[in-house]
Design a protein around this ligand. Structure first.
Ligand code: NAD
Length: 240
């Protein structure tokens, strides 16, 4: 299939579990992808594996100057930027009464301010390349609270609000902005966690590729009338 032929995607956290699956899926659909991450060795290995359709760039999403370099890399290497996938994320844990300011600041900086930084840096190039798409990876915890992850939940709810605000501002330029809400996906982030799978209608955890396919849909023109919307892929967790 070649649903992303001629389209260039920048994915943050692209060396990790879901991000790497997104990078592979973009290339498999005929697109080109810039993989941004903190893990240079992992990112470079992935880009080599994918081939000329992929380029790795070091990107700390909390740093606006890193974002500017990543966008420049996309435009200089592949001629344009059609899609931004804000996928990088971290999680930290503790009940709110003992949760520290440092934990709060860290998770908000990556999961929420990082998304804002990415949009700010990419919007000029996306306007040039329109029709364009921004996909913000939130979580089921951007729609439903959970104990022991106050910063994570707040950041992921924040991504939903930011997505809607940006969708309203950017629609006139032909830029769509949507959020994706994975349930429990088997990745390095969830290694060691053992959720109660009976909570999921499908009775199993998800694979990174199952989120990547949704991101491809939102990056492609197949989703041309969807913006400001939430796309859930959670195996039925929120249905109960
Ligand atoms: P992961 O830990 O496997 O990968 C995350 C990637 O983000 C890593 O490669 C990491 O190096 C990168 N990263 C972290 N901080 C960064 C920074 N400051 N700048 C750039 N890159 C940074 O996690 P994952 O499970 O693949 O998660 C991807 C996204 O999906 C995250 O936003 C996460 O919150 C979300 N999510 C995951 C699940 C799940 O069950 N795995 C569920 C819901 C939402």
């Amino acid at each position: 299939m070649s649903r992303l032929e001629g389209k260039v995607t920048l994915v943050s956290g692209g060396a990790g579990g879901i991000g790497a699956a997104i990078a592979r899926a973009v290339a498999a659909e005929g697109g080109q992808v810039v993989i941004g991450d903190l893990h240079d060795a992992q990112g470079e290995t992935l880009a080599e594996e994918i081939g000329p359709a992929a380029t790795y760039v070091r990107l700390d999403v909390t740093k606006p100057t890193d974002w500017e370099s990543a966008v420049t890399t996309a435009v200089d290497t592949y001629g344009r930027l059609n899609t931004l996938v804000n996928n990088a994320g971290i999680a930290n844990f503790g009940p709110i009464d003992t949760y520290t300011h440092a934990d709060w600041d860290a998770v908000i900086a990556v999961n929420l301010t990082g998304v804002f930084n990415g949009m700010k840096a990419a919007i000029p190039a996306l306007k040039e390349a329109a029709p364009a798409s921004i996909v913000n990876v939130s979580s089921v915890n951007g729609l439903l609270g959970a104990p022991w992850v106050p910063g994570y939940v707040a950041s992921k709810f924040g991504v939903v609000g930011l997505t809607k605000a940006a969708a309203l501002d950017l629609g006139r330029y032909g830029i769509r902005v949507n959020s994706v809400h994975p349930g429990f996906i088997t990745t390095p982030m969830t290694a060691g966690a053992s959720p109660d799978l009976t909570q999921f209608a499908l009775g199993r955890a998800g694979a990174p590729e199952e989120i990547a396919r949704l991101v491809v849909f939102l990056a492609s023109d197949e989703s041309s009338f969807s913006t400001g919307a939430e796309f859930i892929a959670d195996g039925g967790l929120l249905a109960g």
